[in-house]
Design a protein around this ligand. Structure first.
Ligand SMILES: [Zn+2]
Length: 459
């Protein structure tokens, strides 16, 4: 009977319970699907401390289909497109095939319950979505509880509470916007991924009480501009100047404007590359410009972020733009686009050196020697012997080495470029370290958000 529950659910459109009730509003979806990994076909053990349940996901709603409060451990087998779940006595609880994202398993308490797999603990439920030869592992959970697993990964929990609250509203705004716009990763079966590409998410294992409080204290709050919720962008440190989205990404937004930042603390860094390193970095990105001759910054924003960099080599030229510059050198090495460049490879100095030169010397000898064609050496008696012709004899002359003065051009200092930068990240929107500074000066999270996002309301 139990073995066909999933199939039954697929066929019988019985009106079970209504949509699972999550705290939600028109602008904040009740739950979110987070891609937490990619797995091949295999077998897994899952623990459900609050009991095991089966849910159905349809049109953005979640329905409870079956509940097993006494099942605390389950065995999951993914094989040949089927997903089978057994209890610890080997009895089948759930089987699903075809559309593997429609039904999913989870805790009996989707809002506060948990499940564990492989030493990691997650809130809510687990959805599997067939993707190539494997499965996307998707954590389905309340959007508010999702923020508990994002905040400690996106901002240090040592930051003041008001800074953490500002971060919580930013993270919620991003998540809500992404879910409502159809999800960034819908092709893989989920709304957001768990990496920097969307927002870093570590599940329940990374939660901290201080971060969870910051999320709970701002529950349901979003940033609005012109009456609509907006995505809040942020970076660690903007180097003293808030950048506009128009200049950095080429897409304008009224609330993402440029201005001087009076709160962002200094964060200076330096990095150097030799000509040989530059050549190889450019080559690995498909720019074979030969030996580096010149490196120039050719375009900047008003705030100093580099928008265009030009590399000239003896075999060509490469022009790199905006984010591609950080990507080219590595975004943890090239920490921001706010930098100055010192080019030392072609600074030259004039020097005088003494150089050895081989010089022919005429010497007076009593006797001259002749090497004939047979290799025989004989003394040449100028009075008696006359060569038959010049081609019959080779006259040996003596040479000596002398030194002469010469002026040369030499490279000075190190070879390559030195980069002196400020800040960490793209610099658009909120500076996280600026938010920390504002909070420590007594500003509230709404002040912080309104300082970094021009003309917004927080509600
Ligand atoms: Zn992503």
């Amino acid at each position: 009977m139990k073995r066909i529950i999933g199939v039954l659910c697929a066929l019988a459109v019985f009106v079970c319970a209504g949509a699972f009730a999550f705290a939600a509003s028109e602008d904040v979806p009740g739950f979110i699907r987070v891609g937490i990994g990619q797995y091949g076909s295999s077998l897994y053990y899952l623990d459900f401390p609050e009991g095991f349940a089966i849910y159905e996901y349809e049109n953005g709603e979640i329905y409870l289909k079956e509940s097993y409060p006494d099942v605390a451990r389950a065995e999951l087998v993914c094989q040949d497109g089927y997903i089978n779940v057994y209890d610890e006595y080997g009895e089948e609880l759930f089987i699903s095939y075809g559309d593997t994202s429609r039904y999913f398993i989870g805790s009996t308490d989707m809002e506060n319950g948990t499940f564990s797999e492989g030493g990691r603990t997650w809130r809510g439920g687990l959805m599997l979505y067939r993707c190539g030869s494997g499965y996307s592992y998707i954590n389905v959970l309340s959007l508010e509880k999702y923020l508990y697993g994002v905040l400690p990964k996106e901002m240090s929990s040592s930051y003041p509470a008001e800074a953490l609250k500002a971060q919580a509203v930013c993270a919620r705004s991003y998540a809500a916007r992404t879910v409502l716009s159809g999800g960034k990763h819908s092709a893989q079966g989920y709304d957001v991924c768990a990496s920097q590409d969307c927002q870093v998410y570590g599940g329940m294992s990374c939660e901290s009480a201080k971060c969870s409080s910051a999320a709970a204290d701002t529950a349901g709050m979003l940033v609005y501009y012109n009456g609509a919720p907006v995505s809040c962008y942020y970076s660690a440190n903007n180097g003293g100047w808030i950048e506009s989205s128009q200049e950095i990404w080429g897409g304008g937004a009224g609330y993402l404007q440029a201005k001087k930042d009076d709160f962002n603390p200094d964060d200076n860094w330096e990095v150097a590359f030799t000509d040989e390193q530059l050549k190889s970095i450019l080559r690995s990105a498909g720019h074979n410009i030969g030996n580096i001759q010149k490196v120039q910054i050719t375009k900047r924003t008003a705030g100093g972020s580099v928008l265009e960099m030009e590399f000239t080599g003896d075999a060509g030229k490469a022009v790199i733009n905006r984010d591609r510059i950080r990507f080219l050198f590595g975004s943890s090495v090239m920490r921001s686009l706010k930098f100055d460049l010192t080019e030392n490879g072609y600074e030259t100095v004039t020097k005088t050196i003494r150089e050895p030169v081989e010089k022919e010397k005429s010497i007076a000898l009593d006797q001259y020697y002749v090497l004939d064609r047979t290799g025989e050496v004989m003394v040449l008696n100028l009075n008696e012997v006359v060569a038959k012709s010049l081609s019959d004899a080779l006259v040996i002359k003596k040479a000596e080495t002398v030194t002469v003065e010469k002026t040369v051009q030499e490279k000075s200092g190190y070879d390559g470029i030195k980069i002196s930068g400020r800040g960490f990240g793209h610099g658009v929107g909120m500076s996280q370290t600026g938010a920390r500074e504002m909070a420590s000066q007594g500003y509230g999270y709404q002040d912080i958000l309104k300082y970094y996002f021009i003309g917004v309301t927080v509600q």
